[in-house]
Write a protein that binds this ligand. Structure first.
Ligand SMILES: Nc1ncnc2c1ncn2[C@@H]1O[C@H](COP(=O)(O)OP(=O)(O)OP(=O)(O)O)[C@@H](O)[C@H]1O
Length: 261
């Protein structure tokens, strides 16, 4: 028998209580190395709160977070970044006055020790250039980040994460507000990144999910409702029920022109 590899991320029994309200109610979730996992669920299902628990922004009332076999529950946010977990927010947080390259360079410094910081070269380092190439922003390296479009800002933020060499990337609604072309480019980028990283994506956009997701976890009212492939999740009547009346048809066929089914 092939031994089952320990997942890179393992959440067990995660509970988050805000006052008298239980936002996350005993979530177990395992994500293997190099997985591209989508986390979906109606508004208020607890998706962002769960990401906040993994990144140390919210301290769980119960349960454990294991990362690479290490218990990181309750560590501070910067310690979790150093452990190799990076996240983006729904609104990109870039420094508008700095150039695109300097934003990536600054992010790269975050995980460097003082010696490497002192020794690092000025100008466009190979690391920064490689990251900008990957996210499609190399031609804009010297432009201030403030001139970027919404989609380009999101890619810059993903690039800033990549510069920190995380093992796990958590992306919160990366395609919200993007044009169709930007969504397509982002989907391709996520698939590329997942070739050598583990990626968890919180997403509402069902067409995007159908096109790019492999494995999906559905949260509802703070619990895992179901997990499986896109086809399995779409066919699940409970999933269709929780999305009913929310103007999101999870079982709708893929939009014309999309591939992957
Ligand atoms: N700091 C907080 N204090 C009180 N309640 C909170 C807090 N943060 C989140 N909640 C509540 O917890 C529930 C889960 O919120 P969360 O943002 O995790 O959901 P979500 O699935 O990410 O939703 P959305 O898709 O709308 O972003 C919601 O009912 C929210 O109002």
């Amino acid at each position: 028998m092939t031994p089952v590899a320990e997942p890179l991320l393992r959440l067990s029994g995660i509970r988050v209580v805000f006052g008298s309200f239980t936002a996350v109610d005993g979530v177990d979730l395992s994500v293997a190395e190099n997985e591209l996992r989508f986390l979906i669920g109606p508004n208020g299902a607890g998706k962002t709160t769960l990401i906040d628990v993994v990144t140390g922004r919210v301290r769980p009332s119960g349960g454990r977070v294991l990362f690479g076999g290490r218990d990181i529950t309750g560590l501070r946010e910067h310690a979790i970044v150093r452990a190799g977990i990076g996240r983006t927010f729904q609104t990109a947080t870039v420094f508008e006055q700095l150039t695109v390259a300097d934003n990536v360079d600054l992010a790269a410094c975050y995980r460097m020790g003082p010696l490497r910081l002192l020794r690092r070269r000025r100008g466009l380092s190979d690391t920064v250039a490689a990251v900008l190439e990957r996210v499609g922003l190399l031609a804009l390296a010297d432009r201030p980040a403030g001139v970027l479009s919404h989609g380009q800002r999101q890619w810059l933020e993903i690039g800033m994460l990549l510069a920190q060499s995380p093992r796990l990337l958590l992306l919160d609604e990366p395609v919200a507000g993007m044009s169709a072309g930007e969504r397509e480019r982002t989907g391709e980028l996520l698939v590329e990144i997942a070739a050598d990283h583990t990626v968890v994506v919180v997403e509402h956009d069902m067409d995007f999910l159908r096109r790019y997701a492999r494995d999906v976890t559905v949260l509802h009212e703070g619990r895992v409702l179901t997990e499986g492939t896109v086809a399995q999740v779409q066919a699940d009547e409970r999933v269709q029920e929780v999305y009913l009346g929310r103007n999101v048809d999870v079982a709708a066929p893929l939009a014309v022109g999309a591939e992957g089914e």
